[in-house]
Design a protein around this ligand. Structure first.
Ligand SMILES: Cc1cc2nc3c(=O)[nH]c(=O)nc-3n(C[C@H](O)[C@H](O)[C@H](O)COP(=O)(O)O)c2cc1C
Length: 187
């Protein structure tokens, strides 16, 4: 696939199995992330890769954060949360490494990290891997953030579930292009 085809055809894939990207493929993926638009070249991002036993540790962490923040949570939600990290053989945690800056607000740094994360999805798709970007309440949970080593101004922008697609790649939905752009001033 050429670059434009990747950008136009990428879809989220949720049925993901081994193998995961190897070291050199991950290097390419994170190089692509690093080319995100980035006001002030602050590079406001970093990424954790979690695999194998790390997924079990993440599962324990999510369950303990969930039950701490919501002691009355139902057993079915606990079970669902416990299983979440095992939906793929690898998770990339995308972290916005924000800083106080005189002219570049935190919002712009979060956007830059979001752009880097989208580049990760596109790069993985170009390498024939599947991925899906997820968040949920636990991405914003202080206990989770602290246990994953986030600093005061850092935020989890997404949990990117990664693996080899165990499904046919669906065609992306048709888009009504005419509806998303127009000329200004109108003619
Ligand atoms: C910041 C962000 C958070 C998201 N969180 C979730 C999530 O928690 N669960 C989910 O099913 N999809 C989530 N999504 C949406 C999926 O990643 C995906 O984009 C959506 O299902 C559309 O599929 P597509 O990428 O194939 O168009 C999130 C997307 C973004 C950008």
């Amino acid at each position: 696939m050429d670059a434009l085809e990747v950008l136009q055809k990428r879809v989220s894939l949720t049925k993901l199995i081994e193998p995961t990207p190897g070291k050199s493929q991950l290097t390419d993926v994170f190089k692509a992330a690093s080319r995100a638009a980035d006001h002030g070249k602050l590079r406001p991002w970093r990424f954790l890769t979690i695999e194998g036993d790390g997924l079990s540790k993440l599962s324990d962490l999510l369950v303990s954060a969930l039950t701490k923040s919501n002691p009355g949570v139902s057993p079915s939600v606990v079970e669902k949360t416990k299983n979440m990290p095992f939906r793929a053989p690898m998770i990339i945690v995308a972290i916005a490494k924000c800083q106080e800056h005189p002219s570049i607000p935190k919002l712009e740094q979060l956007l830059a990290c979001g752009a880097a994360t989208q580049n990760i999805l596109n790069a993985l798709f170009a390498l024939n891997f599947g991925a899906v970007w997820r968040t949920g309440d636990l991405a914003y949970n202080d206990h989770v953030k602290q246990a994953l080593g986030l600093q005061a101004l850092e935020e989890i922008v997404g949990f990117i579930y990664v693996g080899t697609p165990a499904q046919d790649i669906p065609a992306p939905p048709e888009v009504d292009i005419e509806n998303i752009f127009s000329e200004w001033p109108a003619k």
